[in-house]
Design a protein. Structure first.
Length: 689
């Protein structure tokens, strides 16, 4: 609920029965019951557990909006709740099953409280929730009463949540168009005509600005409320369809010729509803289901508004009130009912690593086009392996490629429901084959289920059955099998930061130090033009194939940027001192990269047993189930290089590999970093720990 400034937000819920009462923040024993507060990027959820026996109270804060949920954990004898609301200079009136607050002096309506609805754990919805208003002295009390029969039903699955809807009232534009007056514009009319009879055909156009909701909100239902005047004195009804509009339109110029054309709006309705009247009178706040189109908007479809068209019914002419109506209470508006829950994964950019093959979901040849095959490939870390997961507010995610500014999504070809259907790139608004649900598995990984794969048997994203560990094997929609094969399970690694500096292979077998120097330099100055050969010749005096010291690495970096006007880097060298995982992350979060030298030790217990060393560049990191994985640009093999993920534990001591990693003999021995306030916050390396 959104409260204007002249309504105090310190609402005190009072839950009463004939014997006891409990105030907000206290349970029946008088104890503090503020138990949990969940914070999100764009909202916070405060939950008071045990506000009454088996009843919790939850507030969802999002911007200036406050949404209040009453959570019934099981059936109790309590079926009504009383809320005390303190107001200043406002009157309150119960009207059309809403509580309307108006300015005492002007009489202008400043706020309306919509009646809540309730739903159970199986998402069964009941609107059998009613408000009543009681005034005691100068204080207003709001009573919420629910249908106990619905609560006691043997089909009911708890918890049940009593939830007020969000209201969208800002009308951007509205009009209607007429076949008989095909050039006429009705953008300033007080009525939006819907008609389909021998006299004319008309349909209404309406765009209402939708308010923001938390990124982790799931839309349960939405309704468009309209008001109209009936000219009939007997029972009549009109069935209407809601059609999403695909193009922007101008309220002051739209007409039949511009709106009744192919593609202006969807060819099929997204939602339907029935408007009924029985006497010569005004009918206020009659609702039409708009759940599907509203879900589409919150899922990313551009909100160009809707067309409301006659579908069937005895009433073939109906003028609904427009935003030009003098009575603001009759203007159209939406109600949006949603819940806020912990998501399986947060919105963000992810790498998808197959649990069986340890390869990654990748775009074939990085070709951005409809129908491009999605396959598995060894880790590269580039945009062809980065996938942007966005929660669509309906239980599903879209999975968009980060490889293009265009909207290319991962999806099942042609929305096929078949086993072995190919996963490809697709464009357009997400359809069923482009929507995926995410679930966790007992093995600690995830399954990714396209909506087209739902049912029995469930079909998920999986590696093709043949030549499992080969690059280029197709990703398909395949039947999920709960076994130890794991080709249908995925690790999801959320990309937290990465440099966009390109991987560069070393030109000679001992030139890892200068290749790393060039990548380090190009991270800060992409226009670096000096080559590895030139840098080695400058530092060593010739293009000799030998390794380099930390001092020579810094000399190479300074040389490589010397050809760029005003370029400079303040560097620090650390030997036998390294950084903690958190400090290493801080360098990356601040936009720096870190050059790391690792020595090869034949005996992990002997610091003198180093047989060689090599230099790599840490350019970013990803997170999976609380575990950090650093993105490494390694200049080997010669001329190509390789990118991979490495745990902090293995970075420090290669024999301490984690999860899917293989061990090696490397130990972090030194590094080159940018001089910062925390550059000296080092810790001893492995042999001095």
């Amino acid at each position: 609920m959104c409260f204007p400034g002249n309504i105090k937000t310190d609402i005190l819920p009072v839950i009463e029965n004939p014997k006891n009462s409990a105030l907000f923040g206290k349970n029946s024993a008088g104890e503090d019951v503020l138990n949990t507060m969940y914070e999100y990027n764009d909202s916070a959820k405060i939950r008071y557990n045990g506000i009454w026996a088996d009843v919790d109270l939850e507030y969802i804060l999002s911007g200036n909006n406050v949404k209040e949920n009453l959570i019934l954990n099981k059936y109790t004898e309590i079926s009504s709740w009383k809320y005390k609301m303190e107001t200043e200079n406002l009157s309150a009136e119960f009207k059309d099953n809403k509580i309307v607050f108006a300015d005492i002096k002007s009489g202008k309506v400043v706020f309306e409280m919509e009646p809540p609805y309730m739903y159970d754990a199986d998402n069964n919805i009941s609107h059998s929730v009613n408000y009543s208003l009681e005034k005691i002295g100068d204080e207003f009390f709001i009573n919420v009463c629910v249908d106990t029969g619905w609560l006691k039903s043997p089909e009911r699955k708890y918890p049940v949540i009593i939830d007020p809807p969000l209201r969208a009232t800002t009308i951007s534009k509205d009009s209607h168009v007429s076949r008989n007056n095909s050039n006429a514009n009705y953008g300033s009319d007080t009525g939006l005509r819907i008609q389909n009879d021998a006299n004319d055909e008309c349909f209404a156009l309406l765009k209402i600005i939708m308010p923001s909701i938390p990124s982790n909100a799931t839309i349960r239902s939405s309704f468009l409320y309209v008001s109209f005047f009936s000219v009939y004195t007997y029972l009549t009804s009109m069935n209407v369809g809601i059609y999403g509009i695909n193009y922007s339109w101008n309220e002051s110029s739209v007409n039949w010729n511009t709106a009744n054309v192919s593609g202006f709006c969807d060819s099929a309705h997204s939602d339907t509803g029935t408007l009924t009247c029985s006497t010569f009178a005004y009918y206020k706040a009659r609702y039409i289901n708009t759940t599907n189109i509203v879900k589409q908007w919150y899922a990313g479809r551009t909100n160009n508004g809707i067309a409301i068209k006659y579908e069937s019914g005895t009433n073939k002419t109906l003028p609904i009130e427009s935003k030009e109506s003098a009575d603001a209470t009759m203007h159209p508006y939406y109600s949006v009912n949603y819940t806020v829950d912990d998501l399986i994964i947060e919105n963000g950019t992810y790498f998808l690593k197959n649990k069986r093959t340890e390869k990654y979901v990748d775009i074939e040849n990085s070709i951005m086009a409809n129908g491009t095959k999605i396959h598995q490939w060894a880790f590269s870390g580039d945009d062809s392996q980065r996938w942007i997961f966005t929660y669509l507010h309906d239980g599903y995610y879209s999975i968009k490629s980060a490889n293009s500014s265009s909207n290319y999504y991962l999806g099942v070809v042609n929305d096929s429901t078949a086993t072995d259907a190919q996963i490809v790139l697709r464009t357009g608004s997400p359809t069923d084959g482009m929507k995926c649900s995410i679930t966790t598995t007992a093995s600690g990984a995830y399954t990714i289920t396209p909506k087209t794969g739902e049912g029995s048997p469930r079909k998920v994203l999986a590696v093709g059955w043949y030549a499992l560990n080969t690059n280029g094997i197709a990703i398909q929609q395949r039947e999920y099998v709960n076994d130890n094969n794991y080709k249908d399970e995925w690790y999801m690694l959320k990309l937290e930061y990465t440099s966009e500096v390109a991987l560069e292979g070393q030109k000679k077998s001992n030139w890892c130090w200068v290749a790393t120097s060039r990548m380090f330099s190009k991270h800060f100055y992409s226009m670096v033009s000096y080559t590895q050969n030139q840098a080695v010749a400058h530092v060593k005096g010739s293009e000799i194939n030998e390794g380099g010291t930390n001092a020579e690495i810094m000399s190479a970096i300074n040389y490589l940027i010397s050809g760029i006007s005003s370029a400079s880097l303040s560097l620090q060298s650390k030997t036998h001192n390294i950084y903690s995982e958190s400090t290493l992350i801080k360098f990356l979060d601040d936009g720096y990269v870190v050059a790391v030298g690792r020595g090869w030790f034949t005996n992990i217990n002997d610091s003198t047993s180093m047989s060689g060393a090599y230099e790599t560049l840490i350019i970013g990191y990803a997170e999976s189930n609380g575990k950090i994985w650093f993105i490494v640009h390694d200049p080997l093999p010669v001329n190509n290089g390789e990118s991979y993920l490495m745990s902090y534990e293995k970075l420090v001591n290669g024999r301490n590999a984690q999860f899917w990693e293989t061990t090696d003999r490397g130990v972090w021995i030194d590094c080159i970093v940018i001089n910062t306030l925390y550059s000296n916050e080092t810790i001893p390396y492995y042999f001095e720990d």
